[in-house]
Design a protein around this ligand. Structure first.
Ligand SMILES: [Zn+2]
Length: 142
């Protein structure tokens, strides 16, 4: 009688031919309406098996999340910040290539393909000056 939880839920489970008593998973099937027959995980705080969420659902606090992220980070070359930095550098390089064509300093074929994020096309001499003032903001404007 102390083996039941509420209506027909069993709290304990006998395994190994009746030699081991353990907590039984309290999850209920939505299809058959029967209780799960697996033993609950020892580490589970909600008395459910590994298939019903007994392993937990990860860190909740910001400190815990950052700790896990730091533990899983190997080099950070593909982090959001590193990707944004690479993209900004490539966009600047593409703009410098545009400057070469605007100033007629080269006649080789342009590089093909998608331009990186943050790329702003440089088509006129005015764009070249704007790019120069953006790159060197402390220089006096003429
Ligand atoms: Zn279960």
């Amino acid at each position: 009688m102390w083996n039941t939880l509420g209506g027909e839920m069993e709290r304990f489970l006998l395994t190994a031919g009746g030699r081991i008593t353990c907590l039984r998973c309290t999850a209920k099937s939505s299809r058959t309406k029967k209780q799960c027959g697996r033993p609950a995980l020892i580490t589970s705080t909600t008395t459910v098996c590994q298939f019903h969420g007994g392993r937990g659902s990860g860190p909740k606090t910001d400190e815990g999340r950052s700790r896990i992220a730091a533990a899983h980070t190997k080099h950070g070359e593909y982090s959001k910040a590193a990707k944004a930095s690479t993209s900004a550098g490539l966009a600047k390089l593409s703009q410098l290539e545009d400057v070469l064509y605007v100033l007629k300093m080269t006649s080789v074929k342009r590089s093909q393909g998608r331009k990186p994020l943050g790329y702003k096309p440089v088509r006129t001499i005015k764009d070249v000056f704007e790019l120069m003032f953006d790159t060197f903001p402390n220089k006096p404007r003429c």
